[in-house]
Write a protein that binds this ligand. Sequence first.
Ligand code: 1HE
Length: 254
Amino acid sequence: MGILNIEIENEIARIGINRPEKRNALNDEVILLFEDVFRQISPTVKCAVIYGMGKHFSAGLDLSELKERDVVEGVNHSRMWHRVLNSIEFSKVPVVSALHGAVVGGGLELACSTHIRVADKSTFYALPEGQRGIFVGGGGSVRIPKLIGTARMQDMMLTGRVYTADEGQQIGISQYLVENDPLSKAMELAEKICTNAPMTNYAVTHVLPNIQNVPDESGFMLEALIAAIAQGSPEAKKRLKDFLDGRAKKVKDQ
Ligand code: 1HE
């Protein structure tokens, strides 16, 4: 078991951040390992789940490694985080995160690069960068406002506001909130994701976010193209026939 604990179970890669003694603070070694893992994800894997070992998901950037950097080094360090978290957001497979305890700073940035966040009641969210005299550098200023809005992120950074698990669910950080054992729920969701057509999973994780970044007219065109590609696949044809022949689950049975 290394600094990332990786297990492949059925078609799911389960990736545990394994620095509980440092509250899963993210040093360069952990961040770069994430990139390796997501770059080399096996074709047999259809979904990934990220979780934190110990009492917290992650305490964010490993502050003990924050050394004197000149401006260019600082930019490169932040760009390295961007590259790695992009390799998660735009990985070959959808990614679910299971959150508990601290999900703060770079830990929140990491969670926001995943597609589905499952939190338990112990979870809390903060951006202590504001109080540490620094700024987010792992893509948080792009991803977090898309979930909760610019005003809430400004409040978190300017005042050090900590959101509870319930509040995080209400404002849209997590999509699921469970009493405890978020990893089991995340695995259950990952199993469902694995049963989707790969083309649909790709369209949802790669094309849908891109559509948000283009003018509506281009978005409609992208949607039409990806819809036609998806519909034309043998997998889609089989699934539609299964439904029409009464072999597929109805919406409420899912
Ligand atoms: C750390 C870190 C860390 C803990 N870097 N070592 N993130 C923060 O500003 C959050 C700072 N951490 C905390 O507020 C608390 O540690 C927690 C709320 C997360 C957890 O509290 P607790 O009581 O369970 O643990 P602890 O006693 O505070 O910490 C245990 C050890 O972990 C202790 O080390 P030890 O050698 O004294 O045992 C802590 O120093 C160490 N530790 N968090 C390094 N973050 C891409 S840019 C992103 C920018 C950011 O993420 S800034 C936000 C950084």
